[in-house]
Design a protein around this ligand. Structure first.
Ligand code: C5J
Length: 223
């Protein structure tokens, strides 16, 4: 059944059964001290306000029996998928692959690479391991969405202007309509949060729609 919710630049219409909740990189490395986010000089507490809204949306999405997909940014333990440019970016004393308080930074299988306990995937929810910022680059996400007949995405997670924006742009070019609930995405920088959302919904929704999780949850409960 098709439903419509308030969003900018205009209402977002979607068929829940053909819409996936795509949760981007809600990993300890970005949201907890001692990980990749802090290594880059960021105040990770800035992102933590996204946890409760994501929890509520995830619970509603699961209760409705809809598709949930999680992503994690990170690299193989041997770092063969880590471009040199990414390894040395930032010129910090500690870089991707080095040891940190939550294990090797941004490396698959390490504690810091895992999804935060509050939003931990349950069996049946695909987890996409991505080496880049966009969730479509060098992953099988597109194949999974096609197999499940997904036409629209609700994209949440961190960070708004980096992996969320890159993924929304990739998805838009592949023909998916994307809705981004603003309370479920976060940035280390308030100005990038605002501009990251503005860029998505500008020019008639050039990359997608921006809404709020309460409206999505309300629509799921009444559909
Ligand atoms: C970053 C991400 N910010 N998940 N990654 O490096 O947005």
């Amino acid at each position: 059944m098709r439903t419509e919710i308030a969003a900018e630049p205009y209402p977002f219409a979607f068929e829940p059964a053909r819409t996936a909740l795509l949760i981007i990189d809600m990993q300890r490395d970005f949201l907890e001290p001692g990980g990749f986010g802090e290594m880059l000089g960021n105040d990770v507490s800035q992102l933590r306000r996204t946890i409760e809204p994501n929890k509520a949306l995830l619970a509603a999405w699961r209760a409705a029996g809809l598709t949930v997909i999680h992503t994690r940014e990170g690299h193989r333990p041997d770092l063969t998928d880590l471009p040199h440019a990414k390894k040395i970016r930032g010129r910090g004393p500690t870089t991707i692959g080095d040891a940190g308080p939550m294990g090797r930074i941004l490396v698959r299988g390490e504690p810091g690479h895992d999804i935060i306990p509050e939003l931990y995937p349950i069996p049946g929810e695909p987890v996409i391991d991505k080496p880049g910022k966009g969730a479509f680059h060098a992953t099988d996400l597109f194949q999974i969405l096609m197999t499940r007949g997904i036409a629209r995405l609700v994209v949440t997670g961190v960070t708004t202007e980096v992996c969320v924006n890159t993924t929304v742009r990739e998805a838009n070019d592949r023909g998916f309509d994307c809705l981004v609930p603003e309370d479920c995405v976060g940035s280390y920088f308030p100005e990038f949060q605002a501009m990251g959302l503005a860029m998505i919904k500008a020019q008639g929704g050039i990359f997608g729609w921006v809404g709020r999780s309460a409206d999505i949850i309300g629509a799921l409960q009444t559909t």
